[in-house]
Design a protein around this ligand. Sequence first.
Ligand code: SAH
Length: 256
Amino acid sequence: MPNNPIHFVGAGPGDIELITVKGRRLLDDADCIVFAGSLVNPEILSGCKAEIFDSKGMDLEQIIQVMHASWKKGGNVVRLHTGDPAIYGAIKEQMQQLDLLQVPYKVIPGVTSASGAAAALNAELTLPEIAQTIIITRQEGRTPVPEMEKLRDLARHQTTMMIFLSVGMLEKVVQELTAGGYAEDTPIAVVERATWDTEKIIRGNLNTIAEKVQQEGIVKTAMICVGKVFGQEELKAVSKLYDPTFSHGTREARCD
Ligand code: SAH
C-alpha cells in the first residue's frame, strides 16, 4: 500500500498568489487534483500536470473513488478546497471515508475568505475596547444551524461577525441582527469575490445594506462583515502592544 498522504489543500480566497508555498508545490507535483470548481479560481491549476476533476458535479462517493484510485497507483493526490479547508469545507465526511479505506491524509491550511474580505476592507477585526472576538457563522437556510447558534443569539455579543454563505438571505440576516440588538447604524460591509480581479465592496449599515446589495445584484460568493470595526469614522484604535507605558515580554515600559 502506498503511504503518501492525500493532501487537502486550501487554495485561498481567489487571488492565485494567496496559496501557501507548500500548497503550490503539492499542486505542481500532483498526479490527481479534485478541486471545488464552484469557488476555486481555475487559473490556480494552470501549468499543473495532474489529471484534474471538478467536484462541482460529483457526489462524495465519486470524489473518494477518484482520489482512492489514483492514490492506490502511488499517485500524488490533492483535494483542493476554497479558502481554508477547515471552514465550511465539508472535509470531515471525506476524511471519514478515507479512514474506512485506511488512506492517510494531511491538511494544508489556506487563507480563508474571511481574511480576504478583511484585507479588502483594510479592516482590523479586533480593535482594542471595541471588539476582541470574531464570530464566524452563517444564516440558517436549507442547512440547519444548531439551536444555540442562531444569528440573533450570536448578535447579542455585538462584536465582529463574519457571515458566510448568507448573502442570498441578506434581508433575513439584517432582521436577525436587529432582533439580536445591533443598533441600526451598525456598519456592515459586503465583499463579493474578495481578492479576485472582480472584487466588489459595498458598505452601509443595518438600515441600508440590503437595498444596496440588491441593487448591485450580489447573490453569492460574498462575505457579510458586521460590526463597529468596519466603521469609517475615526475609532480609538490604540493597542497595548505598542503603548510606550505598557511592558510586555519583549519590551519594557518607557517611564519618561
Ligand atoms: N472554506 C472557505 C469557505 C467555503 S463556504 C473559506 O475559508 O473561505 C463558501 C462561502 O465562503 C461563500 O458563500 C462566501 O460566503 C465565502 N467566500 C468564499 N470565497 C469568497 C470570496 N473570495 N469573497 C467573499 N466571500 C467568499
